[in-house]
Design a protein around this ligand. Sequence first.
Ligand SMILES: Nc1ncnc2c1ncn2[C@@H]1O[C@H](COP(=O)(O)OP(=O)(O)OP(=O)(O)O)[C@@H](O)[C@H]1O
Length: 210
Amino acid sequence: MGPKVLQSKTEETAVRVVVRVRPLLPKEVLHGQQHCLWTEPDQRRLTLGTNRHFQFQDILDETCSQDATYNACVQPLLAAFFQGFNVTVFAYGQTGSGKTYTIGEASISSISEDEQGIIPRSMAEIFKLIDENDLIDFTLRVSYLEVYKEEFRDLLEVHTTSKSILIREDEKGNVGKCDTHRLPIPGKCINKPKYNLLPCSFSVVWHKGM
Ligand SMILES: Nc1ncnc2c1ncn2[C@@H]1O[C@H](COP(=O)(O)OP(=O)(O)OP(=O)(O)O)[C@@H](O)[C@H]1O
């Protein structure tokens, strides 16, 4: 019997690009700064200035909550993840555009539940789905990597040197972080990572093995 999960709502395309527009910050309003772009979510179109139009697979305008963002972009991927697909989510944008806010610092316990981003929401849902599938054994491993200037840093083991952090694909196509001392065969992973989450310059790699 397969895992009890929602039907995957992921579209046929392998890559989906969604733009999220953040509201002006109080300090920006205070300085009289103005919006420089307009969204037409129904048309999935964003206009920069007056005449530079861009089309995306989805537009999340400034009224879009963290919950709605998660439901639109990430929740459907978890169904695919539980069906054994590799899944990657990453935020890309210039400084101050809202990458960290959207992905969500799992380590900040002071933020309200409504404000939580993708990491704490997806972790909660993964554990919920594991609980619901109590006939199956799951092992969940999490890595938390920062990529800065082409160098890796292990944020859970900050003394690990960049050179000893390797991202490898195993013979089943699972991609994940391997520490050199844990590799039984050079270039092969002993664990079975299945899920990558790449919040901007941070990378969280989830390993799911059965
Ligand atoms: N959708 C949003 N609603 C309300 N505030 C937001 C939203 N997105 C971002 N912010 C706020 O905007 C500011 C900048 O966001 P954030 O730090 O996430 O940007 P960033 O892209 O991660 O920047 P950097 O690359 O410099 O780290 C923060 O104060 C954040 O709380």
